[in-house]
Write a protein that binds this ligand. Sequence first.
Ligand code: SF4
Ligand code: SF4
Length: 130
Amino acid sequence: MTKVSEIFDCQQCGYCCQGETTVSLDEDDQKRMIQHLGMEREEVARKYWRQNGNTIQMKIVDGHCIFYDNGCTIHAGKPWRCTQWPLHPSILDDQDNFEIIKKSCPGINRELGYDDFCKKFTALLKLENK
Ligand code: SF4
Ligand code: SF4
């Protein structure tokens, strides 16, 4: 049976949690985070969120997501986009996307070519949906 570790093994480099913006939080993300932190919505918003146009994102502190401290400190409460990274299904449709993600994320198995990566990733997605 294919295992995630065959295609991806997080190196905890923190790259995906750094930068001047973070992923945006949809309604479910916001609820999950509030529940996980056990705080009132207003308090979570004041401490951890920032409004960017119409979207809510996590605050950036010292060039990284406010929840980053040598790894994600809100693992069970993090947004779904963070949960998906770097194994985003769009990789299967677009080799360029795969190459971009591979450049950004040292956790992607460098030994695998695109086709082999996709075969294993597809097998994992099928297992997930069983
Ligand atoms: S960029 Fe990849 S290896 Fe680095 S922390 Fe993010 S998921 Fe892990
Ligand atoms: S919530 Fe966690 S995984 Fe997502 S950007 Fe922040 S520190 Fe990184």
